[in-house]
Design a protein around this ligand. Structure first.
Ligand SMILES: Cc1cc2nc3c(=O)[nH]c(=O)nc-3n(C[C@H](O)[C@H](O)[C@H](O)COP(=O)(O)O)c2cc1C
Length: 293
């Protein structure tokens, strides 16, 4: 049984055929006695067969079958307008209370991330959660150091371009725009202003090995948003931190300090903490730029 990832319990199967219809890989067939997995090695372990089976005949040995809990009825769904209000009420938090975020709440956020869809159900997302003052401080110091060094290099390149006409590297303008801020962030911190983490007590880093899944950036985006919305439901605030992503992917020392495997790319990082400010009004955004075709 050890090597069998998935099988159908023929004693339970009623031949209703729903697992055959729902399997995205088309690897289930009906035999006169029972449904049968034609090629278990091609199963992507999405669990659709088990989720729809009225008698729970599919046995997915490769998964924790205890997690296949009943789906609550539609009466438990949030009302569409309430859900939209919830989405519209989320704002990036840049003012945090000092209070630590309990580990069980951080874990609840990770649970929310785990259940986001991923391309081919490959589940490449890895979560690194910084939650101790020491780790946050170490990360902040290394990030400031990297960004200040990078800013110096950018300004040097700009100067060389001005004096000798050396062509600028691609997308230089974007990095040039950040250079003055990057240069000043460390100094600001020493003066009591944290423009990197805004003194958030926890930071999440979502990363993946690009070789596991080509849409890994999309996978991470979806997981991150579910985490952020879970945080909001837990009374926590969050704010994405693009500068930390840049630093992790370009500064090996920082990647090592965060115990992120060399081959992994960080895609999204966000601060987490209890907001020390209340938002009273929702925001206006561009109208949806839509083509209904
Ligand atoms: C990928 C990404 C990176 C971001 N990086 C930063 C950042 O480094 N620092 C920051 O203060 N906000 C950052 N933000 C937050 C955006 O500025 C913010 O989402 C946007 O202004 C809209 O405001 P709202 O989130 O409050 O609705 C980032 C947002 C995203 C999606």
């Amino acid at each position: 049984m050890d090597n069998i990832r998935i099988s159908i319990d023929s004693e339970l199967c009623t031949l209703c055929g729903q697992c055959v219809a729902v399997c995205p890989r088309g690897i289930i067939e009906l035999t006169p006695d029972s449904a049968r997995i034609k090629n278990p090695d091609r199963c992507m372990l999405c669990g659709h067969c088990k989720s729809v089976c009225p008698v729970d005949a599919p046995q997915i040995h490769a998964l924790n079958m205890g997690e296949f809990e009943p789906i609550p009825g539609p009466e438990k769904n949030p009302e569409p307008d309430d859900l939209l209000s919830f989405f519209r009420s989320r704002r990036s938090t840049r003012i945090y209370k000092k209070d630590a975020v309990p580990l069980n709440l951080l874990d609840k956020m990770v649970q929310a991330g785990r259940f986001a869809p991923t391309g081919g159900n490959r589940q490449p997302v890895r979560y690194t959660i910084l939650h101790t003052p020491e780790m946050i401080e170490k990360t902040r110091t290394l990030t400031h150091q990297y960004l200040a060094d990078e800013a110096d290099k950018i300004l040097e390149t700009a100067e060389q371009h001005k004096t000798t006409g050396v062509p600028l590297p691609p997308r230089f303008g974007v990095r040039m725009g950040y250079a003055p801020l990057w240069k000043s962030m460390g100094k600001n911190y020493r003066k009591g202003k944290d423009l990197l983490f805004h003194f958030a007590p926890a930071v999440a880093v979502l990363h993946a090995d690009p070789d596991i899944s080509s849409p890994f950036c999309a996978d991470i985006g979806l997981a991150a948003m579910q985490m952020v919305l879970m945080a909001q439901s837990l009374g926590l605030g969050t704010c994405f931190c693009g500068f930390l992503v840049t630093a992790i992917n370009n500064c090996p020392e920082l990647k090592t300090a965060l115990k992120i495997p060399t081959e992994n790319n960080a895609v999204l990082c966000f601060m987490i903490g209890y907001p020390d400010i209340a938002y009273l009004r929702m925001v206006s955004r561009q109208p949806g730029l839509i083509n209904y075709l």
